[in-house]
Design a binder for this molecule. Structure first.
Ligand SMILES: [Ca+2]
Ligand SMILES: [Ca+2]
Ligand SMILES: [Ca+2]
Length: 428
């Protein structure tokens, strides 16, 4: 038992060292087609940047064993219209510096400003400025042959973002998120069909310098098709490279699990305002306290609220139940989510998450799953209408997490530890 605890502590220590840095990057060239068909020059736009260390194996090397870090976060006020991001299989081909991928975004994303873009880059570069060069088109046209672009109806043209290599803490693999400003011209997709080309080059006084073959290139993500939207198991590689993606340059990585889809997430800003509500009180409705305070529930920080199972007269009743309460400043909610990070001390348990509906005066089950033995984050959306989970007048919101035994356990004195219990609300 002691050994298990120690091992768990070690793996959490590794997760805690995840490197994330923030900064800015400048758009040094580019035109974007607006919803009304006119073009806007976006040169000089400054983007907020987040750079997070990841691990992408070389595509022809076997997978390394190891834990998958849980880096998921709630992203306030953003709606995902395309997502291909599975940390279980990030991979890269060190010999390439370009990739053009075919995406089908959600119809709801048509005409919506691209507020945040997340992509992967594998870099060996240690000095100087580099250019992330982009083009995006709406259509693929077969039959043009070698040397001629196979893509038409460009809507992001000659778009370059300058990074300094010092923004990447060391050679390695990174997941980068760039945030577009809310004012000024916006990037919008005119249809659900997007062909998105990326190329990594040096940035020098002439703008586009040497191709960074073997130094910087895109990261792909496999182990399945995109979680949101779609992409076929192929991409185009600018072979020469000559900044022309032609039809003969279609390529792939010999099929699943290495689907030829770049790591990429597109978020739009159309979801309204989000607020995170932290608990102000809790009680162990069943079971007993074993450490922690209400503040332990506020953040993912390995500061846990811990509980141990109790005794119940009715064997059908879960012997460990946490109830938490918070306060919503707003009542005009359009969405209510519960955001949890939890784990238990033994196999053989199930975890159920519930939220209280003040309209019906009943608990509503949002999730029931095998209770995880390592910290696991789940974000659960409550059934509409979201307004029913806020008590009229007081603004109280309430959540309950139950643990029950469904199979043999390692110890009769089992327990749970809860790192996070938040409500995430959306309003217009
Ligand atoms: Ca080419
Ligand atoms: Ca693809
Ligand atoms: Ca915590």
């Amino acid at each position: 038992m002691r050994l298990i605890t120690l091992l768990l502590a070690c793996s959490l220590g590794a997760a805690a060292t995840a490197q994330i840095v923030h900064g800015t990057a400048e758009v040094v060239s580019g035109q974007v087609r607006q919803a009304n068909g006119t073009w806007a020059d976006v040169t000089g736009t400054v983007l907020q940047v987040q750079i997070e260390r990841i691990e992408a194996r070389k595509v022809n090397e076997p997978r390394r064993p190891g834990p998958v870090l849980e880096n998921g976060t709630v992203n306030p006020a953003f709606t995902v219209i395309y997502q291909n991001d599975r940390p279980s299989n990030y991979f890269a081909n060190p010999g390439i510096c370009s990739a053009l991928d075919d995406w089908t975004i959600l119809p709801a994303g048509i005409g919506q400003p691209w507020r945040r873009l997340t992509f992967g880059v594998s870099t060996q570069r240690t000095s100087g400025d580099v250019l992330w060069h982009l083009n995006a088109w709406e259509t693929y046209v077969a039959g043009r042959g070698a040397g001629v672009s196979a893509f038409d109806r460009v809507f992001v043209n000659n778009f370059g973002v300058r990074f300094n290599t010092s923004q990447f803490p060391a050679p390695g693999d990174y997941k980068v998120t760039v945030v577009w400003p809310t004012s000024g011209p916006q990037i919008v997709a005119p249809s659900t069909s997007v062909f998105f080309g990326q190329t990594w080059r040096e940035f020098n006084i002439f703008g586009q310098g040497a191709f960074l073959l073997g130094e910087m290139g895109p990261v792909f993500s496999g182990d399945g098709d995109p979680q949101i939207g779609a992409s076929t198991d192929l991409f185009w590689l600018d072979n020469e490279p000559n900044m022309v993606f032609d039809e003969t340059e279609a390529d792939f990585f010999n099929g699943p699990p290495n689907q030829a889809n770049v790591l990429f997430v597109i978020e739009t800003g159309s979801a309204g305002q989000q607020d995170v509500i932290k608990p102000i009180s809790f009680r162990w409705f069943r079971g007993r306290a074993n450490g922690g305070t209400v503040g332990s529930l506020h953040n993912v920080d390995q500061n846990y609220l811990r509980g141990l199972r109790g005794i119940t007269a009715n064997p059908a009743e879960a012997p460990l139940q946490l109830e938490a309460e918070g306060f919503s400043s707003f009542t005009n909610l359009t969405e209510m989510k519960l955001d949890l990070m939890t784990s238990v001390t033994t196999p053989g348990l199930r975890q159920r998450a519930e939220i209280f509906n003040f309209s019906t005066n009943q608990w509503v089950q949002l999730d029931d799953r095998v209770a995880p033995q390592t910290d696991t984050r789940v974000t659960l959306t409550a059934p509409a209408p979201a307004t029913s989970y806020v008590e009229p007048g007081s603004g109280t919101v309430r959540a309950r997490i139950q643990y029950r035994q469904v199979a043999p356990v390692n110890s009769p004195n089992w327990g749970a530890r809860i790192d996070l219990t938040n409500w995430v609300t959306t309003r217009p």
